[in-house]
Structure formats: C-alpha cells, structure tokens
Ligand binder design. Structure first.
Ligand SMILES: [Zn+2]
Length: 129
C-alpha cells in the first residue's frame, strides 16, 4: 500500500470511528491492523499452536477467511449478504463504509468468534442530525 493510500485510509478511519463506542473502535483497529485475535494472528504471536481455522482443516484462520469464506459462519454471512448485496464480500467496504458497520457488527456478534476479546460489540451511536 502506498503512502497516499494509507494516509487516506487513516483519515477515513478517524472519521468513521468518531462516533464509535470504545469497544467498537478497538474491534475496528484490530481488523484494520491485521491484529485480529483469530488463529493466524494468535499463532504468529505465539499464543496458540496452530494458525488453522478450527472448522476448516488446513486453512489458516485469517480475517478474510473468518469474514468472507469460513463455511461455519455461512448462516450469519447469508444475512450480511442479503442486507448488503455483493459489496458484503469486499473487506474495504465492510471496514470503511458507515452503512456496513451495523451489519458487520451483527455478523461478528452472531458468530461469537471474537467474544472472548471484545464481548458483545456495541453498535455505533447515530450521528447527531
Ligand atoms: Zn473456517
């Protein structure tokens, strides 16, 4: 990623998370930095033995896998896709678009996968009119 892109992303991130409750901002930070407490990252920092997804043999549990392809969360993902359409398979969209935020949070809460770290993640507050 070049410098301009990362500056733009940084700025949009600050704007996006301005109305976020703290726990939601932490979740987004972890998703954006790749430090999400999923098995690939947990393995990299020496917390667990295997980077693989518990549900998919031989496949690393990355954020991409968790959000977009793990069959274990198919039902939750189906709801996300029904609501957001094709854009639901775009990580940049999911992580930067305010319209995606409540649905992404719902997906993550419903999956229960990040619950030990983030608990039940609160939705963003509505910006003042
Ligand atoms: Zn999986």
């Amino acid at each position: 990623m070049n410098r301009l892109d990362s500056e733009l992303l940084q700025r949009s991130f600050v704007k996006l998370t301005a109305t976020f409750p703290k726990r939601l901002t932490s979740l987004y930070m972890s998703l954006r930095t790749g430090h999400t407490p999923l098995n690939k990252y947990l393995h990299r920092i020496g917390k667990i033995e295997s980077p693989h997804c518990l549900h998919c043999q031989g496949i690393e549990e990355t954020m991409h896998h968790f959000l977009l392809s793990c069959p274990f969360y198919q039902r939750e993902r189906h709801i996300l896709i029904n609501t957001l359409g094709r854009k639901a398979s775009s990580i940049p969209f999911l992580l930067t678009d305010t319209n995606a935020t409540p649905h992404l949070v719902q997906y993550i809460n419903a999956s229960g996968r990040l619950k030990t770290t983030f608990g039940e993640v609160p939705l963003p507050r509505k910006p003042p009119d």
